[in-house]
Design a protein around this ligand. Structure first.
Ligand SMILES: NC(=O)C1=CN([C@@H]2O[C@H](COP(=O)(O)OP(=O)(O)OC[C@H]3O[C@@H](n4cnc5c(N)ncnc54)[C@H](O)[C@@H]3O)[C@@H](O)[C@H]2O)[C@@H](O)CC1
Ligand SMILES: Nc1ncnc2c1ncn2[C@@H]1O[C@H](COP(=O)(O)OP(=O)(O)O)[C@@H](O)[C@H]1O
Length: 276
């Protein structure tokens, strides 16, 4: 297997969509987020902030009352009514152990729809092998970190003892989903077998909540380009990495917090598109 090809800054700049005079909030793409829970309401805030900062026409947030209140406190622009979206983000800040039956049913409905879905953290357990599908399924991007990836592979009956790149490709092929495997090197694997890598970040990103931020960035990018899931995934990882570097640089190269990363995304996007 050849080494994954690194995703580049020019590719990121070209992918990013800048609104034009003929755009309105709907034409830019609406992202729907079913994230956060009573246990992890902050994850909802982080993902929503990141989606707005990436540049989306609208964010719809559907989650528990407490999380929705916190989201609105931070971002009153957010719409908490259900409605049409061009991409979903599910699972950040949720856990299969505490997920209600109603929430499970709602996520399953999203997964069997036709709008692309970013599947993160506590919703990864609802992903089945493509060969086991009995009905329609939405195009998916899965965003596990290494431990979540190991758990997913275990559930799918895949061997644990293969190398990381090979495993990413195998998981993508078996699930029929784009796989974004998070880490200091983030891998993006597709079912047909392409593999890209992103190393744009800084190790300070190893802190709670930065994955929730990544899911929000990715949701916004997918909503704007629903037919280009793998490129959206690589672009999201790249922007996230650079936003992490920028958030740390603002504090003298010191520690960052996840909300700082989300806040830094606007500037990263702005600088990239102004250079192209
Ligand atoms: N602010 C928030 O609301 C945040 C919510 N988060 C959400 O939290 C949920 C769980 O995500 P994780 O990535 O933690 O799930 P993981 O399943 O990867 O992590 C849990 C594992 O970490 C182990 N662990 C816990 N504390 C540890 C410690 N101090 N030292 C070593 N091991 C320890 C546990 O035993 C368990 O095996 C997800 O839904 C995620 O989205 C996280 O993103 C963190 C921030
Ligand atoms: N050592 C590291 N160097 C660079 N980036 C990292 C490092 N560790 C984690 N990251 C990035 O930070 C994010 C962490 O996501 P995740 O593990 O899901 O955290 P959380 O669940 O707390 O939100 C990912 O985007 C990952 O690529």
């Amino acid at each position: 297997m050849s080494a994954p090809s690194p995703w580049t800054a020019p590719e990121t700049a070209t992918f990013l969509r800048v609104p034009t005079a003929s755009d309105d909030k709907y034409s830019r793409g609406v992202v729907g987020m079913r994230t956060g829970s009573e246990e992890f309401p902050g994850a909802a805030v982080l993902g929503v902030e990141a989606a707005w900062r990436t540049g989306t026409g609208m964010v719809r947030y559907l989650g528990p009352r407490r999380a929705a209140d916190l989201v609105l406190q931070r971002r009153p622009e957010t719409v908490t009514a259900d409605g049409r979206v061009q991409a979903w983000v599910v699972g950040s800040g949720t856990s299969p152990a505490t997920r209600t039956a109603a929430e499970t049913a709602a996520v399953r409905t999203i997964l069997s729809g036709d709008v692309p879905v970013v599947v993160d953290a506590g919703a990864l357990d609802l992903v089945v092998a493509a060969s086991a599908l009995t009905g329609d399924r939405a195009p998916l991007v899965l965003t596990p970190h290494d431990r979540e990836h190991a758990a997913l592979r275990d559930r799918l009956g895949l061997a644990p003892d293969v190398d990381r790149e090979q495993a990413a490709l195998e998981t993508a092929a078996v699930t029929g989903a784009v796989l974004l495997l998070k880490g200091s090197t983030t891998l993006i694997a597709t079912p047909p077998g392409t593999l890209r890598s992103v190393t744009a970040g800084v190790a300070w990103l190893a802190t709670a909540g930065t994955g929730d931020v990544l899911a929000g960035i990715l949701g916004a990018l997918v909503a704007g380009a629903p037919d280009r899931l793998a490129d959206a995934a690589a672009c999201a990882a790249w922007v996230h990495g650079r936003a992490g570097a920028a958030a740390s640089a603002r504090h003298g190269g010191g520690p960052l917090v996840a909300l700082d990363v989300a806040r830094a995304v606007s500037r990263v996007v702005g600088e990239l598109v102004s250079e192209r």
